[in-house]
Design a protein around this ligand. Structure first.
Ligand code: UT7
Length: 328
C-alpha cells in the first residue's frame, strides 16, 4: 500500500486585459452601480476581447502555475480542465490546451459541472495521485461566460466575469492535499441555471436565436436560496470528516458568486468572516475559475502558505456542489 498525497505546489491566474466596471454596464442595460454593489458586492469584472479564448487564458494560467511549481510541460502526466465555456463543444478544450502547452501526449479531459468544476477536479487529481501512477497533475479552472451571456438581460449579465487559474498537484510522501471532501448534485434544480441551446437538445435555429435560448438563463433568487445552506452544510461536513474544528481552518475559500451569499453562509455557520477570502468585487462570478483565482490570490497576498489548512466550497449549475478540506 503506498502513502502518496497530492500537494498543491504551484498556482497562477490569467485574466482578460479588458475591465468592465458597473458604470460601463449602466450604459448597456437598465441597471445601476448602486444596485449591483448592494446586491452582489461586484464592482468590476474582466471580459475577454476578440483574441482571447478559453484555451489561451487557460494556457496563461497554466504557465504561471508551472512557473511557481518549478516544472515544465514535459513533467506533467495529466491535465484536468474545469469549464462550461470551452472554445468548442468538440474538440475538448483540454486537448487544445495540452497541445498549446507543448505537453507530451498525456491524458487530458474536461470536467463540466458549472461553478463546481474546479473543486471537483481538484478532488479527482488528489485521488488519481493517491491511487499511484501520477506525479504532476495540472488542474485548471477557466471560464469565458461573457460569450454565453445575454447582454440585454440585466438579471445575468451584470453578475459574471471571465478568467482562468490553475494549480499543479504533485505527489509527495508528506501528509497534505485533500483531507476530506463532499460532492453533491440535485438535478431537480436543473432549470435554475440553464443554457438551453448550448447542447444537443435544442440545436441552433432561427427560433432559438429569436427566443434568446442561445444564452444562459438563471433564476438568481432560487440559486441564492440553495447556495447559503449548501455552503454551511458542506463546510460542517468536510471539517467534521477531516476530524477538525472551525478553529483549525486557516482560510475558507468559497465560490465567489455574490458577497451576500458568502456573508449569509458565514452567519449561518458562525464561521469568522476574517478567515473567509472574498474577491468577488474585482472579478464577478467567474464560475469554475472563481475558487482557483481566489486560492492564487490568497497565496500571492500571504493569506495562506505551505502547511496551512484551507476549506474550498463551490456550488452551481446542476444544481451541484463540492467542498474539500485541503492541507497546503
Ligand atoms: O455561481 C452560481 C450562479 N448563480 C448565482 O450565484 C446567483 C445567485 N443569486 C444572486 O446572486 C442574487 O439572487 C441576484 C444578485 C441574482 C439577485 O439578487 P436578489 O436580492 O435575489 O434580487 P431579486 O432577484 O429579488 O430581484 C430584485 C429586483 C427585481 O425587481 P422587482 O421584480 O423586485 O421589481 C429585479 O428585476 O431587482 C431587479 N434586478 C435588477 N435591478 C437593477 C435584477 N437585476 C437587476 C440589475 N439592475 N442588474
Amino acid at each position: 500500500m503506498n502513502n502518496y498525497y497530492g500537494r498543491i505546489i504551484g498556482y497562477g491566474k490569467a485574466l482578460p486585459r479588458n475591465i468592465v466596471t458597473n458604470a460601463d454596464l449602466e450604459k448597456k442595460v437598465d441597471t445601476s452601480d448602486e444596485w449591483i454593489t448592494e446586491r452582489t458586492g461586484i464592482r468590476q469584472r474582466h471580459i475577454v476581447s476578440d483574441d482571447e479564448h478559453c484555451s489561451t487564458l487557460a494556457v496563461g494560467a497554466s504557465r504561471a502555475a508551472m512557473n511557481v511549481a518549478g516544472i515544465g510541460p514535459s513533467d506533467l502526466d495529466l491535465i484536468i480542465v474545469a469549464t462550461s465555456s470551452p472554445d468548442f463543444l468538440t474538440p475538448p478544450v483540454s486537448s487544445q490546451i495540452q497541445h498549446m502547452l507543448g505537453a507530451s501526449t498525456i491524458g487530458a479531459f474536461t470536467v463540466v459541472v458549472g461553478c463546481t468544476g474546479f473543486v471537483t477536479s481538484l478532488i479527482m487529481a488528489d485521488r488519481f495521485i493517491r491511487a499511484g501512477g501520477y506525479r504532476n497533475i495540472l488542474v485548471i479552472g477557466v471560464e469565458i461566460i461573457s460569450r454565453m451571456l445575454d447582454w440585454e438581460d440585466r438579471n445575468t449579465c451584470v453578475l459574471f466575469g471571465d478568467g482562468a487559474a490553475a494549480v499543479v498537484v504533485q505527489r509527495t510522501d508528506e501528509r497534505s492535499g485533500v483531507l476530506s471532501h463532499v460532492m453533491g448534485s440535485d438535478g431537480a434544480g436543473a432549470q435554475h441555471i440553464i443554457h438551453p441551446s448550448g447542447g444537443s437538445a435544442l440545436p441552433p435555429s432561427h427560433e432559438t436565436i429569436d427566443n434568446r435560448d442561445v444564452y444562459i438563463k438563471m433564476n438568481g433568487r432560487e440559486v441564492f436560496r440553495f447556495a447559503v445552506p449548501v455552503i454551511g452544510n458542506t463546510l460542517q461536513q468536510i471539517v467534521t470528516e477531516a476530524g477538525l474544528t472551525f478553529d483549525d481552518i486557516d482560510l475558507l475559500i468559497p465560490h465567489q458568486a455574490n458577497a451576500r451569499i458568502i456573508e449569509s453562509a458565514a452567519k449561518l455557520t458562525a464561521f469568522p468572516e476574517d478567515r473567509i477570502f472574498v474577491n468577488v468585487h474585482n472579478y464577478g462570478n467567474t464560475s469554475a475559475a472563481s475558487v482557483p483565482i481566489a486560492l492564487t490570490e490568497a497565496f500571492e497576498q500571504g493569506r495562506v502558505k505551505k502547511g496551512d489548512t484551507v476549506a474550498m466550497i463551490a456550488f452551481g449549475a446542476g444544481l451541484t456542489w463540492a467542498g474539500a478540506v485541503v492541507k497546503l
